[in-house]
Design a protein around this ligand. Structure first.
Ligand SMILES: Nc1nc2c([nH]c(=O)n2[C@H]2C[C@H](O)[C@@H](COP(=O)(O)OP(=O)(O)OP(=O)(O)O)O2)c(=O)[nH]1
Length: 218
């Protein structure tokens, strides 16, 4: 059963499932032990957290999502992959499409995994930190941008998982995270269990190419 589920997941994935990531393997073990049909499908996304220093204060750019998945929540900028895109290409394209910004520097820092108690979906989000912008962000059809001081992040109006990982991201850590959402996912916005595992210092600063696994060096 597990082998079938993995094959189906591979067929649905834009990226290969093979990975050394400790939490990813754990999710597969847990779903097998529970008798759940492992991971039914896997979807990859990017997310870019943009930083600046303004009047002596460190700030994070968030956008109020105006439509689609996560509507009504503040979040970084990102989305789904276009065919053939690398992780980095996708992150840069989504950031520019949703905010008009092009960063001078951008580094890959985290991989977030999401499971949902009422579905076999696994979401995998590749998170970058970006810095150095020529202009101001613009409001787009998808996002209304606003800079927040890093000590005044509106966690109550964000995805629940951000409470657990964003403070560590703001502190400059690199990690893999796993967040297990209650039934209802987006609407209930309730993480039932989570784990965050720091990545070894040998982990490359940029993600491997899309045809390799995400944690091992390319
Ligand atoms: N901080 C945070 N971000 C998340 C979570 N779940 C989740 O999908 N995201 C991010 C990843 C993506 O950047 C974004 C979802 O992508 P999207 O559905 O807007 O993708 P898109 O822009 O390609 O969509 P569209 O044009 O088709 O509407 O939200 C989460 O739990 N926390």
């Amino acid at each position: 059963m597990a082998a079938y589920a993995d094959a189906r997941a591979a067929a649905n994935s834009v990226l290969p499932l093979a990975t050394d990531a400790p939490l990813y393997d754990k999710i597969r073990r847990r779903t097998r032990e529970d008798g759940v049909e492992a991971i039914g499908s896997i979807k990859d996304y990017t997310l870019v957290e943009c930083f600046r220093t303004h009047e002596g204060k460190r700030q994070l750019l968030l956008g109020m999502k105006k439509r689609g998945f996560g509507v009504g929540k503040w979040n970084g900028f990102g989305g789904k992959f276009d065919a053939g895109e690398t992780v980095r290409d996708c992150a840069l394209r989504e950031l520019e499409e949703e905010s008009g910004l092009v960063p001078e520097r951008m580094e890959w820092r985290a991989q977030l995994l999401f499971t949902f108690r009422d579905s076999g979906k696994l979401m995998r989000v590749h998170v970058f930190a970006a810095e150095g912008f020529a202009g101001e962000p613009v409001e787009t059809e998808e996002m209304a941008p606003r800079w927040f001081d890093v000590d005044a992040i509106p966690y109550a109006e964000m995805w629940h998982d951000d409470t657990f990982w964003l403070p560590r991201f703001l502190a400059g850590e690199r990690f893999e995270g796993w967040f297990d959402y209650a039934a209802g996912g987006e609407a209930t916005n309730r993480v039932l269990a989570h784990e965050v595992v720091p990545l070894p210092s040998s982990t490359p600063l940029k993600p491997p190419r899309a045809d390799r696994n995400f944690i091992s060096p390319p």
